[in-house]
Design a protein around this ligand. Structure first.
Ligand SMILES: [Zn+2]
Length: 242
């Protein structure tokens, strides 16, 4: 609402007025490519391939405050995880959702930590508490760094004792190093089972340095917790239309 006047939403993919993400743009979304879990992560889930409309929408949420689409994707990610692990997580009795923290400078500039927003929605869908368990101990972004530095991952440390089971949220997975370093910190804090959940994964990991890929890593098809591989597995989670 601006100046007391309701402003209709515009599609974050094409700019058309009417929906946060119009039907044409939704039809262009692609499911996440299958990737193995990063070291230290027991199971990994991802919703979308980070390309086209999905990349535009997530970048828009990060840099232009188009948060509604983030809610749409995060709820869908929550339903994806709930569909696979909901009963297990609900029955664990000692589980929580946390997130890979953003750099303090980025959080201040954007006014919010995007990972925390996603974690809040996923936690609500799963019926689990959202807990701040990690903190960044570095002061620079991973963007533009060389291969070795990116593979080393951001510096992340625990900031609270971790529950037995943790769902670790990140917005986009590229090398998997953020999830790996986050998982290491959570295990140091007492976590025994770590499930990673990301909105999107980079679609062609072979072009990027240090990314785990089915062609060079153990196949992950058919095992519990695989990322979405079949497009038909992606669309049901995006059925709601805000
Ligand atoms: Zn559109």
């Amino acid at each position: 609402m601006v100046g007391g006047v309701l402003v209709p939403p515009t599609c974050c993919g094409c700019g058309r007025v009417g929906h946060v993400l119009c039907a044409d743009c939704r039809a262009q979304l692609r499911p996440a490519v299958p990737l193995v879990s990063p070291p230290g992560v027991d199971e990994a889930f991802a919703l979308l391939s980070y390309e086209g409309v999905a990349a535009t929408a997530i970048q828009g949420a990060k840099f232009r405050h188009h948060r509604e689409v983030l809610t749409l994707f995060a709820d869908a990610l929550g339903r994806l995880v709930a569909g696979r692990l909901g009963a297990e997580l609900a029955g664990s009795g000692n589980a929580a959702v946390t997130w890979v923290p953003a750099l303090a400078a980025n959080r201040r500039r954007r006014g919010v930590d995007q990972g925390e927003l996603i974690a809040a929605r996923v936690a609500a869908v799963l019926g689990l508490p959202r807990r701040c368990l990690l903190r960044r101990t570095d002061g620079h972004s991973q963007l533009g760094l060389d291969r070795a530095t990116r593979l080393a991952g951001p510096a992340i440390a625990g900031c609270a004792p971790a529950p037995t089971t943790v769902v670790l949220i990140d917005d986009v997975r590229t090398t998997g190093s953020s999830l790996r370093t986050g998982a290491m910190a959570l295990r140091c804090g007492g976590a025994e089972r770590i499930v990673a959940a990301t909105l999107a994964v980079t679609p062609d990991p072979k072009r990027l340095p240090g990314v785990y890929h089915p062609s060079t890593n153990p196949p992950c098809h058919g095992t519990k917790g695989d990322p979405v591989a079949d497009p038909s597995e992606c669309t049901p989670y995006l059925s709601s239309r805000p």
